[in-house]
Design a protein around this ligand. Structure first.
Ligand code: SAH
Ligand code: SF4
Ligand code: F3S
Length: 442
């Protein structure tokens, strides 16, 4: 009988994509998937290591699964960035784990799981590769409106706070040809939106194809209505990319541009290779070329950050007025440059206070921007049920703001493009009603 697998994913979209690769690799070898852990022979966790709370969440789940394993046969596998980061240490501290596999080792996973199922053998595969791009493996995607494509893997930037270069290894780009073929196939399957993924998409390079060219080629594919990407790095943002985002009708006019900090000294310690003025100039240039929404990531309380330096970040966030921002407390990661060289000397209380202040500021900015849309009409892709009610639809504007509206007599299907008249707005969501299209009036 086929073995049943349950898989749970943490972390970023790259991990979501990797889970789809894992599903595909396991299905090929006869495994089947179940959404219920209690019915599974194998339970897998695709983990994240970016901050300590990502690790803690995994420890919590492992404790639950350990209890489950006491009453029946169960193989437990830990995949992804935390597996790669801790390797043997995790295997030794948690004897309940049978299989450990890092992001470049998923081709070995079916064999490792088989050994665990048949012979109770524990094993670990954590070699990082300079070449693995899982080319020619078609991820097993969930039906929906958006499909992710990882166009590159790894990262060579070594920002001093960040664990990703250690968990995902050296940067490598997937050949453009394969990406375009996959995007064509996705369009034929009915996916309307494609999100191109990489830790630093600006450095994508496949023979003579740059990221700007790849983006525009994907957006040209018939049937693909929206293309997004994440993330570019502010340090080497090519003008050609701004042009494609500003002018290609199918590329969403939205850029996630991680800032991290607004103080030059902190940016330098972080190894980000740009200055506050450089970031400001880039943001201004992006806005000069088009009505492009900017979102960002910020770390509060990085090593040695003073109150004045925090205020520089605060002022820059106020000045730039991002559409949205993810704000994180600095979390020290073992073996990173910051761990080796700088003291993690901002207290938890001060980190929390800085995060709270930034979150409040950003909430006011987002709410103000969203309120300005009341009375206007926005173009929305129907993506699914609203989180809070199955009587409402949910979608996003081109600028990636969530829109919610009542399901009513107007029949709609996932993937439809509609116009919504905005009637109300919060910091995170627009509320409105569909504007009858010409077709439905006639
Ligand atoms: N490659 C992406 C970032 C991926 S990690 C980029 O450079 O744009 C996503 C975000 O997590 C980062 O932008 C950063 O803000 C945050 N992050 C990374 N390491 C962190 C750490 N040690 N503590 C807190 N936040 C961190
Ligand atoms: Fe981490 Fe910097 Fe690479 Fe982003 S660019 S993944 S923050 S090292
Ligand atoms: Fe993503 Fe977390 Fe790894 S953010 S790249 S899953 S460390």
């Amino acid at each position: 009988m086929s073995h049943r697998v349950y898989v749970q994913t943490f972390g970023c979209q790259m991990n979501e994509y990797d889970t789809e690769l894992v599903r595909s690799l396991l299905k090929e070898r006869g495994f089947v998937f179940t959404p219920f852990p209690e019915q599974a022979d194998v339970v897998l966790m695709n983990t994240c290591a970016i901050r300590e709370n990502a690790h803690n969440r995994v420890y919590g789940h492992l404790a639950e699964w350990k209890a489950m394993k006491q009453s029946r046969d169960l193989v437990i596998g830990v995949l992804g960035c935390m597996a790669q980061n801790l390797k043997k240490e995790l295997m030794e501290s948690h004897p309940v784990i049978d299989v450990l596999a890092g992001p470049d080792s998923y081709r070995q996973l079916p064999d490792l799981l088989t050994k665990a199922l048949e012979r109770r053998e524990r094993s670990m595969a954590v070699d990082l590769s300079e070449y693995e791009t899982y080319e020619a493996i078609l991820p097993e995607r969930m039906p929906g409106v958006n499909a992710w494509i990882a166009i590159m893997r790894g990262c060579d930037n070594f920002c001093s706070f960040c664990v990703v270069p250690y968990t995902r290894g050296r940067e490598r780009s997937r050949p453009a040809q394969g990406i375009l073929e996959e995007a064509h196939a996705l369009a034929a399957q009915g996916y309307k939106q494609i999100t191109l993924l990489g830790q630093n998409v600006n450095s994508y390079q496949s023979e003579n194809v740059t990221f700007a060219r790849l983006l525009s080629d994907v957006a040209d594919i018939p049937g693909i209505e929206r293309v997004r990407f994440t993330s570019p790095h502010p340090k080497d943002f090519p003008p050609a990319l701004i042009e494609v985002v500003a002018h290609h009708p199918n590329v969403c006019r939205q850029i996630h541009l991680p800032l991290q900090a607004g103080s030059d000294r902190i940016l330098d310690l972080m190894g980000r290779s740009y200055t506050r003025a450089g970031y400001e100039a880039l943001a201004a240039e992006i806005r000069r070329q088009g009505d492009i929404a900017l979102s960002t990531d910020i770390i509060a309380g990085f090593c040695t950050e003073t109150h004045e330096e925090f205020l520089e970040t605060y002022e820059l966030v106020r000045e730039i007025e991002f559409q949205s921002a993810y704000i994180f407390k600095y979390s020290e990661r073992k073996n990173t440059i910051a761990y080796r060289k700088f003291p993690d000397d901002v207290s938890e209380a001060v980190k929390s206070e800085r995060v709270t202040r930034l979150v409040e500021l950003q909430r006011t900015i987002s709410a103000g921007k969203n309120r300005q849309l009341i009375g206007t009409e926005v173009d929305v892709l129907v993506e699914g049920n609203a989180k809070k009610s199955s009587h409402q639809w949910m979608g996003h504007t081109e600028s990636n703001v969530t829109v919610v509206w009542d399901k009513d007599v107007t029949p709609l299907a996932l993937g439809d493009r509609i116009t919504i008249k905005v009637e109300d707005a919060s910091a995170s969501t627009l509320f409105g009603t569909p504007v009858p299209s010409l077709a439905s009036v006639v």
